[in-house]
Design a binder for this molecule. Sequence first.
Ligand code: AMP
Length: 387
Amino acid sequence: MKILTINSGSSSLKVALFEMRDEKRVSFLEVEKIGEDISRVLLEKETVFEGKIEDHYEALKKIEKILNEKNILKNFDQLSAVGHRVVHGGEKFKKSVIIDKKVIKDIKELSSLAPLHNPSNLKGIEAILKKAPSLTQVAVFDTAFHQTMPKKAYLYAIDYKTAQKEKIRRYGFHGTSHMHVAKEGAKILKKELKDLNLITIHLGNGASITAIKNGKSVDTSMGFTPLEGLVMGTRSGDIDPGVLLYLMEKGFEAKEIEELLNKRSGLKGLCGKNDMREIEKIKANSQTASLAFEIFCYRVKKYIGAYMAALGEVEALIFTAGIGENSLEVRERVCENLEIFGIKLDKEKNKRNETIISKKSSKVKVLVIKTDEEIEIARETKRLLLA
Ligand code: AMP
């Protein structure tokens, strides 16, 4: 069974081809700058085409041609189904679904909650509809895993009626990644996921942390939008909402504030750089980089404390994504002085980037697990296809 997964952006496509017999990722393609003068297609990170690609439909045609030329796939008729990453499923989608006209309409309606993402995700869905109308398509939502949160975790303490009317609540994002590493963590711990309490820590350019009780998300740091919570590459994370009111009174427009919080904040806002590798390199000689590193780690640490309190008992912390999987320094600083919670990092194992980086005597295990949202999307697609 061959399944294609698609992560569609406004001018980009990330496409992975899986052979589900052994869950093998056969190919990974990226199309960049769709609609611009020169678009680019990469196969396994190598450029294989440069030239104009008008839209997402043309991009898919190009991908099919490349897969054929490389003898990887004859054509899309050989696919069993296509799985799409869809960012916002609101309260409507608590699980992945097979896409039909009604689902497309619902995803469109949810665009008001995710104006940057849902319309872009729909471009991928509509391009497949045009290219291969009979193929089964599945939507896997970033928000779905967090739909198990209780009211006390997802409601904000604002006027209830206004919140209801405007659908203002914590939705949470990165759900597919948190779910994937939680499942993989259960395998490593040789336990059933439903018997596990975990704290999953996704630290990439975007960052979020999730409290998982008996295998289900019960709280997460991203909220109504992916702005809340941890310090990120260019996003602020938690901030007093009074700051926004203050800026508005000073004459800042909504667009300017949005740009400030999304693009000129986080690590970049603090020290001018959003790549943790660079920050680690220069922080010994740069006060601002050193401070950005400390603020980043301190925020993660505070959330671990909060979620330890929320969960009571925790089997493991799981670090994932670009920074979580690779930065020894961040993991060491985050786990420093957490012995009170039964968390004891083994610095040598951490340096060797082992999967289990806690000491044998650590009550709470600390794991490093590579995230893989695509395989999770492919698995969900297969599950629904066979259901
Ligand atoms: P992601 O969004 O998951 O792709 O993560 C991207 C981020 O991971 C980059 O911005 C880097 O800051 C970070 N990263 C990747 N490799 C390393 C590394 N070896 N050490 C520290 N940070 C890293």
